[in-house]
Every structure is written in C-alpha cells, then in structure tokens.
Design a protein around this ligand. Structure first.
Ligand SMILES: CC(C)(COP(=O)(O)OP(=O)(O)OC[C@H]1O[C@@H](n2cnc3c(N)ncnc32)[C@H](O)[C@@H]1OP(=O)(O)O)[C@@H](O)C(=O)NCCC(=O)NCCS
Length: 360
C-alpha cells in the first residue's frame, strides 16, 4: 500500500501539479496564452476575491489526486451568496478506487464551510455527477439547451452527418432568418479589450431578472475574460447614448478538425430587445468573416434570449453520445432554508452560460 498524504496546495507545488494536470488530463483542454503554469497562476493565484480552496494528495513527491473549489459570488433569489465552484477533480489512474477523491472533497468542503461559503456547485462530468450526488449535491431545476447556427453550410454538411436535417431545407430556413442577422442598429456594437466604467450598472440591472446567476462585477469580468492566460476570449460591447446596454463574450475552438465559435456569455437590457439581437448579429458576422463553420451557445431553455437566438436562425442541437451535457448541481453548506428551497422549485430562472463554468 503506497504511503499517501494530503495537504492544501502551496505555490511551491506548482510545477508538480502542472505536470500532473498535463500528463493525466491535458489540462485545461482549450487554448490560452503562455504555458500551462501561466494558466495555473491565472486560475489559482490571480483570481480576485476569496482565494481558491485547493487540496492535493501526494505519493512520494508525485501528485496522486487533486480537488478544488473556486469561490465565486452568486446571486440567488436576489441575495448575494458566497459560493464555490468545484473543479479540477482528478485522481491519477494508478491511485483510483482508494477513496482519494472522497477524502479531498471532504477537506475542500470543510475548508469551504470554515471560510464561510454558503453554497457549493459544479458542472460535472457523468462520473463527477455520481460522486457528488452521493455527497448530497442535487441537480438544480435549470434545463440547459445547446443552440447552433451553421455559418458555413458547405463546409458543415461535408464534414458532419446530420440525420434528417437536410442542406436545402437548412439554407431555405437561413435565408428567411437573414434579416435578423443584419444588425438593426449599426454602430451599436463594437469589440473591446477593456470593460467600461459603467459595466457593472448593466450587469446588475440584468442580473436582477434572474433567480440564480453569477455576480459579474468588474474585477471578475476582467479576470475571467480579459486575461489571455485564462483563455482567448473576445468581448463585444453594446452602447446606447454613451451608456453600456449589453455585452457578449465569444471564443473559437476546434472540434474534430472543424472550427466553431461559442457565445459563452450574453447580457443585455431586456427592455431593449434590439441590443441582444445586435450582439448576436455581430457575433455571427465575426464568425462568418473568420470562416468559422458554426456558432453555438449553451443557455437555459427558458432564457429570455432563446427567442433572440431562434430569430437569428439558431436551432437546438442534441449533443452526441460522447459529448458532455451542461447540468448544474449544487448543495447548500449549513442549513439555510432559503437556499435549500431552491431545489424544490419546479424551475429556476437562471442566467448561466458556458463562461460561468470551468469548461472554457
Ligand atoms: C472521478 C475520479 C476523480 C474518482 O477518483 P477516485 O480517487 O478513484 O475516487 P474514490 O476512490 O474517492 O471514489 C469516490 C466514489 O466514486 C465512485 N467512483 C469512482 N470512480 C467511479 C467510476 N469510474 N464510476 C462510478 N463510480 C465511481 C466510488 O465508488 C466511490 O463511491 P463510494 O464511496 O460510494 O464507493 C477519477 O475516476 C478520475 O480522475 N476520473 C477522471 C476525471 C473525472 O471524471 N473527474 C470528475 C470531473 S467532474
């Protein structure tokens, strides 16, 4: 039986951890600037707010298992909740089945409670779902759908088998929708590399429409989307009369040799539907000019921007058998009745998109 001990991760553990992540899980699994250690620094050292809760189990100087929770402020039923997103749960194949993941998760949860975190959540894989369900996590009543717009039908239909969706029918549908793909408000949307001073006025107004969402304050947005060590994201900003009225974040990625664009966040004043429409239209125009094959977005099925996507020509996509499906699991820490009650509701109005997860 190998001798294994676990402890909180320290900056001196960085090299060993990074080589563990690279070896066993080709971490983080998407493009970013710099080396893997730069991504680690971004995620585990540079995050604003409470520092990540981070544990590893060691066997003779090598990492055997790892688990962490990244503290993130959520807004739940209109109230700020200090929450933590579980992530980077991994046990080296040589050490699996010995209870390491369980014992690290115990330590992460104890530490989270001691730090005053009120809620833990995750966007788990299938195995992760089983493990955290056994620990009392439950799926939140939020149903996510993936939408897709094929921007380059010729390339797409050559590369992908689509079942009953036929190229001529798809082209006819797209030409019907094409008016919505032209921005109704030229000049409203532009790409930016920095967030403006009034970004939080818009995100606060937007978040007030939902039962559950992240608190997108300025320092969080800058860390999440404007530091290339964390990933290559592009931000679109909508402005009306000099005031920020919405934003979208996109990224491009390769899947089996095909290049796609994901809309990973979209926030806009709901009483001005043109804003979200113009942001989506601009994202699609960017995808077309870069010869990306399709644009995709994961979004709650009852989100107010679903009609916006559909008017633009997006249709629901059923993920293939091996692809991960977005689900959100959570568990209150402690006995807050209000937080426990959210699981009893039939559905929660949620603004949660891929950018809120650790998938990108
Ligand atoms: C998932 C993973 C972290 C489990 O690590 P581990 O150290 O072997 O897990 P443990 O020994 O602590 O087992 C924890 C529980 O999960 C269960 N479990 C572990 N691997 C499992 C599997 N492949 N399928 C189903 N259940 C599994 C165990 O039976 C145990 O439950 P029990 O206490 O009721 O018996 C490891 O298999 C792994 O690294 N997988 C690949 C990465 C991954 O999927 N991570 C989760 C991302 S959300």
């Amino acid at each position: 039986m190998p001798s294994i001990h676990s402890k909180p991760v320290d900056v001196r553990d960085r090299e060993e951890l990074v080589s563990f992540f690279e070896e066993v899980m080709s971490w983080p699994g998407f493009e970013h600037a710099g080396e893997t250690s730069d991504y680690w620094d971004w995620k585990y050292r540079r995050k604003p707010g409470l520092p990540p809760i981070d544990y590893a189990a060691w066997n003779e100087g090598s990492v055997a298992s790892h688990a962490s929770a990244t503290p993130v402020p959520l807004m739940i039923m209109g109230r700020p909740v200090t929450a933590g997103q579980l992530g980077d749960l991994y046990t080296h194949p040589r050490h699996r089945g010995n209870g390491l993941a369980e014992s690290l998760l115990n330590r992460v949860e104890e530490h989270a409670a001691a730090e005053g975190l009120e809620f833990l959540y995750a966007f788990p894989s299938e195995i992760g779902r089983m493990i955290i369900s056994n620990r009392g996590f439950r799926e939140l009543p939020v149903r996510f759908s993936q939408f897709q717009l094929i921007t380059d039908p010729a390339a797409f239909f050559d590369q992908v088998r689509l079942g009953s969706l036929k190229r001529p029918a798809y082209k006819a549908m797209l030409s019907l929708k094409s008016t919505y793909r032209r921005s109704h408000a030229p000049g409203m949307v532009r790409e930016v590399s920095e967030f403006p001073d009034d970004i939080e006025d818009m995100t606060r107004r937007f978040e007030a429409n939902f039962d559950i969402t992240l608190r997108h304050d300025r320092s969080y947005l800058e860390w999440r989307y404007a530091d290339p060590a964390g990933g290559f994201f592009r931000t679109l900003l909508a402005t009306i009369d000099g005031r920020t009225a919405g934003m979208a974040v996109v990224r491009t990625y390769n899947n089996d040799g095909t290049r796609y664009m994901d809309i990973i966040d979209l926030m806009a004043d709901l009483e001005r539907p043109k804003v979200a429409q113009a942001l989506v239209a601009k994202a699609v125009a960017m995808a077309e000019s870069e010869h990306v094959t399709g644009v995709q977005a994961w979004i709650p099925s009852d989100h107010p921007f679903v009609p916006t996507l559909q008017r633009t020509g997006f249709i629901p996509r059923t993920p293939l058998g091996h692809e991960r499906k977005l689900t959100m699991f959570g568990r209150p820490i402690g006995r807050d009745a209000e937080l426990s009650n959210i699981f009893q509701r039939r559905c929660l109005k949620a603004h949660i998109m891929l950018g809120d997860s650790d998938w990108v």
